[in-house]
Design a protein. Sequence first.
Length: 262
Amino acid sequence: MLPFVLLGLLQGLTEFLPISSSGHLALAEQLFGIHKPGIVFDIFVHFGTLLSVLWVFRERIFRLVRAPARGGEDLRVLGMLIVGSLPTGALGVALNSVAEAAFARSWAVGLGLLLTAGVLFFVERLSRPKAKSLEQLSWREALWVGLAQGIAVLPGISRSGSTIAMGLFCGLRRTDAAEFSFLLFIPAITGATLLKLGEAVADPSAHSALWGSYLAGTAVAFLSGVIAIRFLMRFLRERRLTPFALYCGITGLLAVLWGIAR
């Protein structure tokens, strides 16, 4: 059960911090021989991180669910989430085979982490003054954020880092950029899960002895995800993304050098 718990912890923390969960999982697999238990466990831990977002932003999500009937600014935000999700799905499908190939190459993961580092570093110096609320985001800007999320299917490119950085570049306040990033995670991970669900339920008896381990990993992913989201929201109120850029830069450089030396 311990490997499932550790993978759930890694997934929950790195999914929401701007350091790339896919990159860390790929490097952990290559460095330590830690293999993901399979697609069913992958769905379980992603469901755990989905629950993290639903829990932390439950008040906003409840308003969004009622928005079609009540209208107002929440309906606009709901529309922007739909717009932002369209390029995410298209790019996710288009880049899927490239992402799978890159997952097995540490130098490719390292390049993705270096790209994430550069984006996080330069957005703090190139972005507009952060005075815009989420409700003031334009439709075109929501589309750009969705494009940033779609590209992040490549391992090493942080989904949260890319979307938060694009939100900042569009002039959003830090916490609003993070909130939009996390809300966009909901349709993205739901769609990805539905695509994998058929394969996962093809032979349920094959997993009968592992349900306890799956649930343990899911619970850890949920709890660590809640901690990561709340930590990042507090962090962004007072500090820049530079520490995460430095971390991704160092990790990415080491991954590239290790890949070349192998």
